[in-house]
Design a protein around this ligand. Structure first.
Ligand code: IMP
Ligand code: MG
Length: 371
């Protein structure tokens, strides 16, 4: 579960990709059984139908033809009432079974237009198969033959559906939600990349609370708390502290700052399990992770930097090249996958981390200002 931003609005996940796939598959099989010995023409209503159409057709068990019509009625998040035909029917449909694939039926204005368009085409049968249907706003006396899912009257995006042309590329369905109040950033990158330095600057600039899991664990270790003892047994060897320990600790730190404008997470999440936990935690609070901003620096430069830092930082994991290499190994095998995790959500922003501290801050700010 996570929140996405499209133009000025925020949307939270409402129907998962898996659920949609199950529904589409079931529709394709049901309709397939109906036309076992026929070759129907599936006509998709563009733009919204393209993902549904592609998945439906792949699951369709028999012979079929595919075509498209392009209609438009929405601007923003409400229907204009007037349906425009942008691409019409350009093939002979006489005597054919035509099945219209609609992504969503809302007021029914588009559906009415569809019935009009096909009324003089001498088709043998005209059937409507819509993936989503909003029964509370439907105002027409027109038949709908197949409905994937009925949903309440809420504006949705994703899986082909858009909000002013954005959001079509998400595999799941999202629903309008209130604007989150925080800016939450994951500052990301391998050990020694300069996360601590940049976090200190960004924290002041954006009035955010900086949570460095490494610093917190080191503080507990210094005070020899129970948590510190557990953390030490892992960290001294360059290993990760187990996820459940880290997640509990992080949530405790967030709760300590109820009035924060947002957080800079540094050293968290380090694994996909932690990322999922963070997403869920923030979504439950009506907040979102604004993005992951990653500092990118070549590894050999980093090893030299860390050894240099080890001369003054006093950190045992900074002084031994074998341990440093092991930290990189942990990073590559366990943490780097987060780049894919956030890229899939369109929330990964890579930044060149080589150069003057002020230049790097400027590059980071350019991203942070816009997420
Ligand atoms: P209708 O003409 O009011 O039934 O609306 C049908 C068209 O409006 C659909 O084909 C969509 O393109 C668009 N639409 C309706 N509801 C939504 C929604 O919740 N999200 C995105 N587009 C929608
Ligand atoms: Mg449509």
């Amino acid at each position: 579960m996570s929140i996405i931003k499209l133009h000025d609005k925020y949307f939270k996940q409402y129907i998962s990709e898996e659920k949609i796939q199950t529904v589409v598959k079931k529709m394709a099989q049901e309709i397939g059984r109906e036309y076992q010995n026929e070759t129907p023409i599936f006509i998709g209503i563009l733009n919204g139908c393209f993902m549904y159409m592609a998945d439906f057709i792949r699951e369709y068990p028999g012979n079929c033809e595919v075509s498209f019509v392009k209609l438009a009625s929405y601007t923003g998040t409400s229907s204009t009432g007037a349906v425009k035909q942008l691409v019409g029917v350009n093939q002979d449909l006489e005597g054919r079974i035509v099945v219209i694939l609609e992504d969503i039926i809302d007021t029914g204005n588009t559906l009415e237009e569809i019935y009009k368009i096909f009324s003089d085409k001498k088709v043998k049968q005209l059937k409507i198969a819509t993936l989503f249907f909003k029964p509370d706003v439907f105002r027409k006396e027109l038949p709908i033959d197949h409905i994937g899912m009925s949903i309440p009257d809420k504006f949705i995006v994703g899986y082909g559906l858009d909000y002013d042309n954005l959001g079509r590329n998400f595999g799941a369905i999202y629903q309008l939600t209130t604007k989150p109040k925080m800016k939450n950033i994951v500052l990301f990158g391998p050990p020694g990349v300069g996360k601590g330095t940049q976090a200190a600057i960004l924290k002041a600039k954006y009035n955010l609370v900086h949570i460095s899991t490494g610093d917190i664990f080191r503080d507990h270790i210094k005070r020899q708390t129970e948590l510190g003892k557990i953390a030490q047994s892992f960290m001294d060897y360059g290993n990760f502290v187990p996820d459940n320990v880290t997640i509990d600790m992080l949530e405790t730190e967030i709760e300590k700052n109820p009035d924060a404008h947002g957080f800079i997470f540094d050293g968290f999440p380090r694994t996909p399990t932690q990322a999922v936990a963070l997403d869920k935690y923030l979504t439950d609070k009506g907040e979102l992770l604004s993005g992951m901003v990653a500092l990118e620096v070549p590894e050999e430069t980093l090893v030299t930097r860390i050894l240099e830092r080890g001369k003054t930082s006093g950190r045992p994991d900074d002084q031994d090249e074998a341990k440093i290499r092991h930290r990189f190994h942990e990073y590559h095998t366990k943490t780097e996958v987060l780049k894919d995790f956030y890229s899939e959500q369109h929330k990964y922003f890579g930044i060149n981390g080589v150069g003057l501290v002020t230049d790097i801050t400027a590059r980071l700010s350019e991203v942070i200002d816009n997420i």
